[in-house]
Design a protein around this ligand. Structure first.
Ligand SMILES: Nc1ncnc2c1ncn2[C@@H]1O[C@H](COP(=O)(O)OP(=O)(O)OP(=O)(O)O)[C@@H](O)[C@H]1O
Length: 278
């Protein structure tokens, strides 16, 4: 894979560390399934600041995707409020305040890599030359310079997921929502992408919300980890990783006692909240 350029220690212009980007208060969501209600989220409150990297971790079905989808205005809450950049999720969606990366890359096989990245810009009516410039910048950011004219099926799964990250970044959103983007990849590729993602985050200081089932991935990437209970999803613990781990992270920090201690606390939280009756 192509190496990512070395990270520069600055945030993007306009970034204001500390400003609240996502404000979730007393969020409840019940799905009305055909024969019974599904209580997906119960009384979730969370404040996410500019430049935070938040991981949501919890057992399968605890509502992690649901929480992301409410922030993205893809689901309507039953109760509580959500503000994104001070706006309702609908206003934020219309203003393209966030980019969303799905579990599967969701690329169009008949479009080149570059034309997959430019798609949201086409929809926004941005002129062709500017679309190309922005797509190339983002592809370079994710280490895919030179792959513009390839088709998705010519790339590995990890490279395809990097294309979808470039696409989500193309319109320069304040917020990046990533729903288990590396879950289907082998461990070595996943390590590599974790490293690239932490470098990308450090360069841009985009606010990130990241869903994962991997404790190591959550500790490695995050400034804070949100541990959720089994359904209905509630927040059991919020763990500050930025206090004990440096912002600049290399894979070997996973061996450090600080890393192990945080991982242990996440594991304890998951075990305490887990019901073995299911
Ligand atoms: N549209 C829907 N209608 C009914 N139930 C739903 C709907 N979408 C999700 N659910 C249920 O709501 C609960 C939470 O789902 P969600 O996908 O948010 O969990 P998750 O924590 O992201 O799970 P996973 O880790 O397996 O991806 C699950 O029990 C799921 O089956």
């Amino acid at each position: 894979m192509t190496a990512v350029p070395p990270p520069a220690p600055f945030a993007e212009p306009g970034a204001e560390p500390g400003r609240t980007i996502v404000d979730v208060r007393n969020l409840t969501l019940t799905y009305q399934a055909a024969d019974h209600p599904v209580y997906a989220l119960s009384d979730v409150s969370l404040s996410i600041a500019q430049g935070d990297f938040i991981s949501l971790i919890g057992p399968s079905g605890c509502g992690k995707t649901t929480l992301m989808r409410v922030i993205a205005d893809l689901e309507q809450p039953t109760g509580g409020t959500v503000l994104v950049n001070g706006m309702t999720p609908e206003q934020a969606r219309l203003k393209r305040a966030y980019g969303y990366v799905f579990q599967a890359p969701a690329l169009y096989p008949w479009r080149t890599v570059e034309r997959n990245v430019t798609l949201p810009l086409e929809i926004m009516g941005i002129p062709r030359g500017e679309r190309q410039t922005r797509a190339r910048e983002q592809l370079e950011r994710v280490g895919l310079a030179g792959f513009e004219r390839k088709f998705p099926w010519q790339l590995s799964g990890g490279m395809q997921q990097r294309v979808s990250i470039a696409r989500a970044l193309a319109f320069n959103p304040d917020l990046l929502l990533m729903d288990e983007p590396f879950g289907a990849l082998d461990e070595i590729t996943r390590d590599h992408l974790n490293l690239q993602l932490t470098q990308l985050w450090r360069r841009t200081r985009k606010t990130c919300v990241f869903v994962t089932h991997s404790i190591a991935e959550a500790v490695f990437l995050s400034t804070r980890i949100v541990v959720m209970s089994p359904r209905p999803g509630r927040i059991l613990d919020v763990i500050d990783c930025a206090r004990d781990l440096p912002p600049e992270r290399t894979l070997d920090i996973r061996e450090s006692p600080e890393f192990q201690r945080i991982a242990h606390r996440v594991r304890e939280g998951l075990m305490e909240g887990h019901s073995y009756d299911d």
